[in-house]
Design a protein around this ligand. Structure first.
Ligand code: FAD
Length: 325
């Protein structure tokens, strides 16, 4: 992929960011520490950490976010879901994360548990847009004015006019949300999330760059102005492809599905997945995407190989100014 990568030799580097999930075991936690250290080397704009619907991973998510805060220079972004919470619970949750020093969020509705009674209601906060508003409200209540360090007096603070504002991202769906009735409903929802105060959208993974561009065009035509970061996952394990199809409802590309069948060697499968993702990254960046958000599945090797292939790897990350997503 030497040709397209050279188009990114300009002064501004597109933003790169990653998604992790909280580890389930001590061994996985140790491996994740190493992965985070490697990912931090490409100087990502942020690393986001998923949150189990209903709060099932709250403490583990927070531990990973604090690790990012304390051991790296990377901005940690906390996914938060609101499904099933009361106002009081959601308020306390947002405050807990802000108190821990987290100021970037990915506000999500989340999914009700499988088999939940559809008539039972899904809590006080029913949409991601309402959670966006709540995050801003709690942030403002917690810090009603800006504070800055007084030079030479480490314990003193002065009041400033700029309060720390949170980065509040939301989800977007290039292939439509599985429960959406019409494509327009997805765009209306995105517009509502921006009106509620979100300043970044991150997409669900997709396989065809045309689907991402179509979403961006329709969102812009409807008046959405926030950046829309394409979410891309290098899939190098055949079983994961089947699982992703179940989760997203989007059929995988034949090139990958058949390629995995025809290439039994692990090396060839990894090469196939990395090459496919690298081509998708090239296409979205060449078409004007502000950056890429890579789903890591808690492994650094594949995402770093993709970035290396498109000229955004570790060696290239120190050389240029970075674009904000
Ligand atoms: P909303 O913006 O409120 O709605 C999304 C879309 O679904 C809209 O089009 C809306 O109209 C439609 N819709 C929603 N509910 C219904 C309904 N009942 N009937 C009909 N249409 C409906 N989930 C987690 O649990 N934890 C995570 O960490 C997590 N991270 C994610 C990260 C990204 C980048 C993405 C794309 C998704 C993530 N999810 C996560 C999944 C997300 O919680 C689900 O997709 C959820 O169903 C919708 O959340 P939302 O924030 O998009 O909801």
């Amino acid at each position: 992929m030497s040709g397209p990568a050279s188009q990114r030799d300009g002064a501004v580097r597109p933003s790169v960011s990653f998604e992790l999930f909280p580890p389930r075991t001590d061994a996985a936690a140790i491996a994740l520490g190493r992965t985070i250290d490697r990912l931090a080397e490409v100087d990502p704009a942020f690393i986001s950490v998923t949150y189990g619907a209903g709060g099932s991973t709250r403490d583990r998510s927070l531990t990973v976010l604090k690790y990012l805060l304390e051991h790296t220079d990377v901005e940690p972004m906390a996914h938060l879901t609101c499904v099933g919470s009361s106002y009081g619970e959601a308020n306390a949750l947002v405050r807990q994360f802000l108190d821990a020093g987290i100021t970037s969020f990915l506000a999500l509705r989340g999914d009700p548990p499988e088999g939940a009674d559809p008539d039972a209601g899904i809590g006080d906060i029913e949409t991601a847009a309402e959670l966006v508003q709540l995050i801003h409200r709690v942030n403002e209540e917690r810090e009603p004015f800006g504070q800055a360090q007084v030079p030479g007096a480490p314990d003193a603070r002065r009041i400033t006019s700029d309060r720390r504002t949170a980065r509040v991202a939301v989800a977007a769906f290039p292939n439509g949300h599985p429960r959406s009735r019409t494509p327009q409903q997805d765009i209306d929802t995105l517009l509502a999330k921006e009106a509620a105060g979100s300043n970044l959208a991150i997409t669900q993974l997709f396989w065809d760059a045309a689907d991402y561009f179509d979403l961006v065009d329709r969102a812009r035509a409807a008046g959405v102005t926030m950046p829309i970061l394409p979410g891309i996952m290098p899939v190098t394990v055949p079983a994961r492809l089947a699982r992703l199809t179940e989760l997203t409802g989007v059929e995988p590309p034949l090139e990958l599905a058949m390629g995995f069948e025809l290439e039994p060697s692990r090396h060839a499968q990894i090469e196939l997945g990395v090459e496919f993702a690298a081509r998708l990254v090239e296409q979205v960046l060449d078409g004007g995407a502000p950056g890429v958000h890579l789903y890591t599945f808690n492994h650094h090797e594949a995402v770093l190989a993709v970035l290396e292939r498109v000229g955004l790897g570790i060696a290239q990350s120190t050389e240029r100014n970075h674009q904000e997503p």
